[in-house]
Ligand binder design. Structure first.
Ligand code: TXA
Ligand code: MG
Length: 333
């Protein structure tokens, strides 16, 4: 059995033999590209959150991503490309996708497209689906890294599965106990993960809300943006409990209870004896998105049983913020 698996495994881009893992904490682009070429993982900055990148064609690298995160294998990964030629190598690229790319790439939009039969991609990336999720990040260092490596990289958020996503290099080091080398690109500008849409012939299905809102998608394409009929199948990664701090999370709070930390929005009046923060005193949703994961981390202190969160409007970017908060608050089974 093992022999069959070995024969089936696709070799990595440049080296079939893996070099020992490099445990240097912070790495520059050249070194990060070498790590990727050797079939290992490296954390890279993107404008949304930090990603745990590996060669998307290399089974061993993709396995290392799943193992490092302790991520369930049925949850497919997003492939990050530096240009449209790279994308066309992997997926069919209909008119609607071109329209979206023109408007939103590079940027925080992931498109789920029909995967090409000859796509040089490890089957582990797509978890057996005949579609592939692709995005072109805007962060200069992410683009430079992909170009220098010379191949598309699979990259989920660089956090242990189910935990809060990392918006700084320090978050990545903390999450993986310093075991994963990181390209430091500063604090993420957007702060929540990309909007994911499944691209049909004349419609879009919103699989995950993000900083590119429904209204922007409709304005750019003039096609309807639908909700998934069956969330479990369309976005297998959208597990209900996700993005969770250690403390419990209570939403739409109007008053803090004993032992709760407070997370306000727009000058709301929750107060806590333990810790109180406001995602955006001015009520700016973009600022709130940027602060969301790092503020949840700051409030997630020993002794804090629950983080109470004030109501946040559901419009525009609020949909993405509330989506992450609902998952943070969900029953963890
Ligand atoms: O902003 C982002 O998208 C970040 C940065 C690093 O790029 N990445 C990220 O990846 O959030 P991850 O793995 O945490 O989330 C990827 C989501 C999962 O919910 C997964 O189920 C979904 O994308 N996905 C991947 N391939 C898919 C496919 N073919 N069909 C439907 N959903 C897919
Ligand atoms: Mg994630």
């Amino acid at each position: 059995m093992k022999l069959i698996l070995d024969l089936m495994a696709k070799p990595c881009q440049t080296t079939a033999m893996k070099e020992p893992r490099d445990n240097t904490h912070f790495v520059k682009i050249e070194q990060a590209a070498r790590i990727l070429r050797a079939g290992h993982v490296v954390a890279m900055p993107t404008e949304t959150v930090y990603g745990l990148a590996g060669d998307a064609a290399c089974d061993e690298a993709v396995l290392e991503i799943f193992e490092t995160k302790a991520r369930p294998r049925f949850n497919p990964l997003i492939v990050h490309c530096a240009d449209v030629d790279m994308v066309k190598n992997l997926a069919t690229f209909p008119d609607l996708a071109q329209k979206l790319a023109k408007q939103f790439w590079p940027g925080p939009l992931t498109m789920v497209l029909p995967k090409r039969a000859d796509a040089p991609i490890s089957d582990l990336v797509t978890a057996g689906l005949n579609t592939i999720a692709i995005r072109m990040p805007k962060h200069e260092l992410a683009r430079e890294l992909i170009k220098t490596a010379g191949f598309p990289v699979a990259a989920p958020s660089a956090n242990p599965s189910g935990k809060l996503s990392p918006t700084t290099a320090q978050h990545v080091l903390e999450g993986f106990g310093g075991q994963v080398p990181v390209v430091d690109g500063g604090a993420a500008k957007e702060g929540v993960e990309s909007t994911i849409v499944a691209v049909g012939d004349d419609q879009l299905v919103l699989l995950r809300p993000g900083t590119i809102s429904r209204a922007q998608l409709t304005a750019a394409t003039k096609v309807p943006v639908l909700d998934p009929q069956d969330k479990t199948i369309k976005a297998p990664g959208m597990l209900l409990s996700h993005y969770a701090p250690n403390a419990a999370v209570r939403l739409n709070a109007v008053k803090c209870e004993e032992g709760e930390a407070a997370l306000n929005f727009g000058g709301s009046k929750l107060t806590s004896a333990m810790a109180t923060l406001d995602l955006s005193p001015a009520g700016d949703l973009a600022e709130a998105a940027r602060n969301l994961f790092s503020f949840l981390r700051k409030l997630d202190q020993p002794g804090v049983g629950t983080i109470a969160v004030a109501p946040i409007p559901e419009d525009g970017l609020g949909e993405a913020i509330n989506d992450r908060l609902r998952r943070a608050a969900a029953d963890r089974g």
